[in-house]
Design a protein around this ligand. Structure first.
Ligand code: NAD
Length: 437
């Protein structure tokens, strides 16, 4: 497939500049466009700072950085997108702005693939704004784009295969692992990661543990960062906005209902690291001190099991909805976010019947709809009780799980998970802490 040799990136902020730097490093002539001269130059500085940092860290030589920088041109307005084979937008997360942008870009670059880096706006909503929706695709990079290996390639039913192939070729040419994903709430990664935050928040809401206890338990199980520390890093408002968007797009799916804790904290301006306090306090030498009662020690492995059961369930819901292939689900969550195991493999390791029994217990006699079991998971669990049936095309379970000293007790009547199901896989090396939102 032909890799674009000339691209345009519109929006030179955090993501746009990072992606432009990547493209320039990989030999691709890149035009960076922004609203006015000041914004353009800020974007160019970001690109050059990124290249300079790589030189400082010994990751590239100064001559290569100079060559990469020379591949960048920059311009206020959109005229310079003419001649680009692919135009990637990385402007603020507002559907009206992005739709207007694509409609204007289409007139200037009628042959170009129109790619969006949106995290949460349906690609179909953007494609509706142009005359040729077959040229529209999502190319969802993660933050920081230079360090995060995964890119979601999001297609709609209207996306032409040629469009998807060109977008994939670009992402692969700049060193990314691409997963093909169908358009829908949260695409794949943000969707499959949602329970990591929401179930953790429910645990704290119920008083079963403090945020710091849940974090310690998750980190002990091999997650690169506990859910509360991660929400503080992402921004509690940003994480809440993604949850809200998924909840609204789905017409009120109970599993994705925003947490009252996050709502209260966002309203109070307690946004995490960027505001100086969130689930932890930051600054004044108190970096990462838990806000409020720390509780004693770490949370129990049962808390992690609860979160993992919902991660497994969500992954099966995504499979049922045709969001991605089974292999790609596990790949995305391990390569993309550094989870110690893919959720599908983890479910098999625990035993699908065990996962279903736990979800049913959490649903309680009233059948709390947040714990409804995915149809594919229920079916697979029935087909292979305890053993854990593999979804079609699933990757094998990771080898060499380390025995856990304190494996959780199984719920009554459910088969026990194997020892080690909550320990990091042997030799696991964590990629950068997953910056999903
Ligand atoms: N920041 C993240 O963690 C992250 C991760 C993945 C995806 N995204 C998505 O990437 C996109 C960009 O996010 P960001 O964090 O880089 O934003 P940002 O605010 O850092 O940068 C946005 C840039 O777009 C420019 N801009 C605004 N309106 C414009 C217009 N009409 N035409 C041209 N340029 C315009 C701004 O001047 C700014 O330079 C969003 O859709 C966001 O959801 C962000």
């Amino acid at each position: 497939m032909r890799t674009p040799r000339r691209i345009a990136v519109v929006g030179g902020g955090t993501m746009g500049a990072g992606i432009a730097a990547l493209a320039c490093r990989h030999g691709i002539a890149t035009v960076l466009c922004d609203v006015d001269d000041a914004a353009v130059w800020a974007g160019v500085h970001r690109v050059n700072d990124e290249l300079a940092r790589r030189v400082q860290r010994g990751r590239m030589c100064a001559a290569d950085a100079d060559r990469a920088s020379a591949r960048l041109t920059a311009s206020a307005g959109l005229d310079a997108v003419a001649g680009a084979q692919l135009v990637l937008e990385a402007i603020p997360e507002r559907a009206d702005l992005k739709r207007d942008l694509f409609a204007r870009v289409e007139r200037i670059a009628p042959e170009a693939v129109l790619a969006s880096n949106t995290s949460s706006i349906p690609i179909a909503t953007l494609a509706e704004a142009v005359a040729a929706p077959e040229r529209v695709v999502g190319l969802h990079f993660f933050n920081p784009p230079g360090a995060m290996r995964l890119v979601e390639l999001v297609t709609t039913p209207a996306t032409a295969p040629e469009t998807a192939a060109i977008a994939r070729a670009l992402a692969e040419a700049i060193g990314k692992q691409v997963v093909a994903v169908a358009d829908g709430p949260g695409f794949l990664v943000n969707r499959c990661a949602r329970p990591y935050y929401l179930e953790a928040l429910r645990i704290v809401e119920s008083g079963a543990a403090t945020p710091a206890q849940v974090d310690r338990a998750c980190e002990a199980a091999g997650f690169p960062m506990g859910p509360f520390r991660l929400m503080d890093t992402i921004g509690i408002d940003v994480s809440l906005a993604v949850t809200r968007s998924m909840f609204e797009q789905s017409g009120g799916e109970p599993r994705w209902a925003p947490s009252p804790i996050q709502e209260r904290m966002a309203a109070a301006g307690s946004l995490g690291r960027k505001s100086g306090s969130g689930f932890y306090e930051y600054g004044d030498g108190r970096d990462d001190a838990p806000a409020g009662d720390d509780g004693d020690g770490g949370g129990s492995p049962e808390l992690v099991e609860r979160i993992v059961a919902q991660l497994v369930n969500e992954a099966w819901f995504a499979l049922d909805a045709g969001v991605a292939e089974a292999d790609d689900v596990d790949l995305a969550m391990t390569v993309g976010l550094g989870y110690p195991r893919g959720p599908l493999a983890w479910g098999r390791e625990l035993g699908l019947a065990h996962v279903v029994a736990l979800l049913e217990r959490l649903a309680g006699p009233q059948g709390d709809p947040r714990y409804r079991v995915a149809a594919g998971l229920a079916e697979a669990a029935e087909g292979a009780p305890g053993a854990g049936a593999a979804p079609p095309g699933a990757v094998p379970a990771p080898p060499g799980a380390v025995p856990a000293a304190n494996a959780p007790a199984p719920p009554s009547g459910a088969p026990a998970p194997p020892a080690g199901a909550f320990a990091p896989p042997a030799g696991a090396s964590a990629p950068p802490a997953g910056a999903t939102r």
